[in-house]
Design a protein around this ligand. Sequence first.
Ligand code: FAD
Length: 378
Amino acid sequence: MLTKSEYDLVIIGAGCAGLSLAHRLVGKNYKVCILESSADINLKNKLWSFWDTYETPYDHIIKKEWESLVIKNKNSLVNINCKKYKYKSLDSHVFNNFILNLIDKNDNINFISSSKVKSLSTNKSEVIVKTKDHELKCKHVFDSRPENIKVSMWQQFFGAYVESEEDIFDDEKPMFMEFSGIEDKFHFIYLLPFSKREALIESTYFSQEKEDQYLDKKYIEEYVKENYSQSNFKIRKTEYGSIPMDANIKNSSTKSITKIGSFSGATRASTGYTFINIQKQVDNIINHLPDIISKRRKIKKNYHSYILRKMDEVFLKIVNEEPRQMKNALIKLFSSNNNDAQIRFLSDIPSIIDIVKIILLLPKKIFLKYSFIKIVKK
Ligand SMILES: Cc1cc2nc3c(=O)[nH]c(=O)nc-3n(C[C@H](O)[C@H](O)[C@H](O)COP(=O)(O)OP(=O)(O)OC[C@H]3O[C@@H](n4cnc5c(N)ncnc54)[C@H](O)[C@@H]3O)c2cc1C
């Protein structure tokens, strides 16, 4: 039987964006419904990491933070100093449970799982959201569903939480990127040590095609055996996924439906970092909510500035066409003693001086060449 109900706001998707927005709406004077297609949002693991460049309400549930990172290519090893902007990791299960618990204790938000949104229709004053069992009328929809669009580059990864019986990891030094011997690909290992005995080890690709070579448990097991031969270890859980890396993903929001999350352009094309942008996005929505509901304000179409999008486009072309050059360029970029400018650049808050510094550190010939070459989407 179809259940009909009315809300002020409907949020589609209880992922990072949907729950971050719901968190800000807890206890507010809006009647909200979250519709989530999966039966259990904790079935998948995600660890969100980011530099601490923006204040979020999640500092008390951070899993671990670090003051430096390492980047490695063959014999070059570079330290990234993040004393000013600490590198932090947050477990999605802890985040989900924290917010679901708050929602549970307040009556203004209703959470309905196993409810896949099938259609949205709008008329002058309301939006009608339909699932198999529900028909909801509301004033405004926040939609975090993925979009079926052609993406020019994916960041794909497979990660394993490795537990060792011996002390094998340096828990003060995460490996931001350790480029593998696979020369013709932009492939690297990302290793976050939570203690001397436990780490998340991820095999990561940037590529136009969806690939699964090197993205499995076996690859991680081989990596651990090769690098920590004395260790007796087991894999406790895994996480995997693909992040759309496209400088030109446009936000398709309308006056009644605001797109949020990864597919609204919150993902930074050159890095895949999204978590902090989602926090900025939902804070911006909350600050303008009355205007958004009354249709006087639409969220802007491009989330990142023109110059960052242009630089990311060039970066992705080089990653695709000449991965070896990009690996060398990154080692050079992080070789300076003070990495604050690079971190601000990767975290979307560079000053003009930061951008000039970055351009001076990059190999100019190759960046100029790819500034004028058009990438062909397959
Ligand atoms: C494994 C993994 C690790 C990542 N690590 C980082 C990181 O370290 N740092 C960082 O900044 N970013 C990271 N990201 C990128 C980004 O932060 C995440 O992808 C983030 O979860 C995006 O949030 P979202 O709400 O846009 O999408 P999602 O979290 O995917 O949420 C979308 C939700 O919508 C639901 N849904 C889909 N269709 C429907 C429908 N028709 N009806 C109802 N519900 C629907 C889905 O079930 C899902 O719950 C990572 C991504 C992955 C996959």
